[in-house]
Design a protein around this ligand. Sequence first.
Ligand SMILES: Cc1ncc(COP(=O)(O)O)c(C=O)c1O
Length: 467
Amino acid sequence: MSSLLNIANPQKTSWQVNFARDLPPYLDPVITDWLLQSPEILTCLTDMYSSPLNIVWPHTVANNLKAMAAVTASFGIKSKFYYGVKVNKSQALLQAAVSAGAGADVSSLQELHDAIRAGCHGVDLCATGPAKTRDFLQELILKGARIAVDSYQELRDIIELAQIWRGNFEKISLLLRLRPDANCSSRFGMLSDEIIIALHSLADNKHLELAGFHFHLSGYAPETRVSALLDTLPLITYARNLGLDPRIIDIGGGLPVQYVESQCYKTWLSSQKFADYRTGKIPACFYPYGGELNAEQWLTVFLESQNAVGDRISDILCKEGLTLCIEPGRSLVNQSAISVFRVCRVRPHTDDSSVIFVEGSSFSACETWFNSEFLIDPIHLRSSNHAQNHSPGKAWIAGHSCLDEDVITNRLISFLHLPQPGDLLVFVNTAGYQMDLLENQFHRHPLPTRLTALMNPSKKLMFTVDN
Ligand SMILES: Cc1ncc(COP(=O)(O)O)c(C=O)c1O
């Protein structure tokens, strides 16, 4: 981190903060207070660092981790959370997770090195991603990280590398990634019969240690995780009969984030019309922006779920002496960043809608993994210079590149006052795969700056560059 900012001389223009009515986002109270009390600081920062600007809020990661860990503790089970480093490029958020006691789930050499730079010890590293390169496996082994084995081929590589690269620690700690029958068409993990073959290889190998089993499933349904966990139980028994000692069940990620209030989201979904989109089409699917459960409720539902004879998952974990490991990506960075765009140009598009061009592109704010539309309204910071323009307006939002498809929202957003050039649009809660997964230097625009918001001892926010 570097360059403490001097933001003592904000401009004379005053700023109004307008929340939209259709899909107003949940917003962390520290960020809300700061935005409402000193919007001019955000405009100053955007002047200094340009648009788009990402600001990350490390305190939220510690809060999220604490809330999730409180749930597992309330069930009396042993648990360990690993921060999914892939979720964004912020070193400050990674460091916040490590300082708060999380391990780190790394998927590349670079993520591994950043996790170590953030203070994560080798034994607190795990690698659950698929198709790991030999270089990456080698480094994981050297650092003493736990490796989730994705395929039998990967296990063969590890067996080979173990002969050459074994470090000071006793054994290389492995999880075997199960591909549950319900997901048999997936390309990730091993089917039960492949796992059995892998277990026999492990039973014969003095360098490798079976720590347990892993799965990661798409989607957000706790039921699918319950069923996958129950699928691992016969494998645990099988492994124990071979003299192995599995003591971890690792359920990956997929804990949901609520971006908007659930009822508001349902109302929007059931009332939306073709005319609400500039394309005239309602998108086929959305990220569940306003699902019924937050991450803590999801964990509670998961741990309270029962098998066919009424045993709760939490009791099964206790009885079997298993530690529950989880790698939440999106949900550990719930509320952890905002992405700010300056309005560049506003043009009428149809009789009753406009298009807003922002300085930046959809690559810096997009719902990357679901072909989904950004279904939360941005917050509008309106300059007092535009006070004469009171008219409400509907508008969709585009980047300022030459690509026709460079669109941040196809949805027409109902603004209380139609934004004007120089105003800011603030997308909140963008830390989970949205703010920087696709960012690039198209048109040779520099990559957006990322600032970290830190509270100093006298409870004042300070901003430093996050690197
Ligand atoms: C193996 C694995 N674990 C954890 C995660 C994190 O998932 P989420 O961000 O939905 O929590 C992912 C995301 O793709 C993953 O592939």
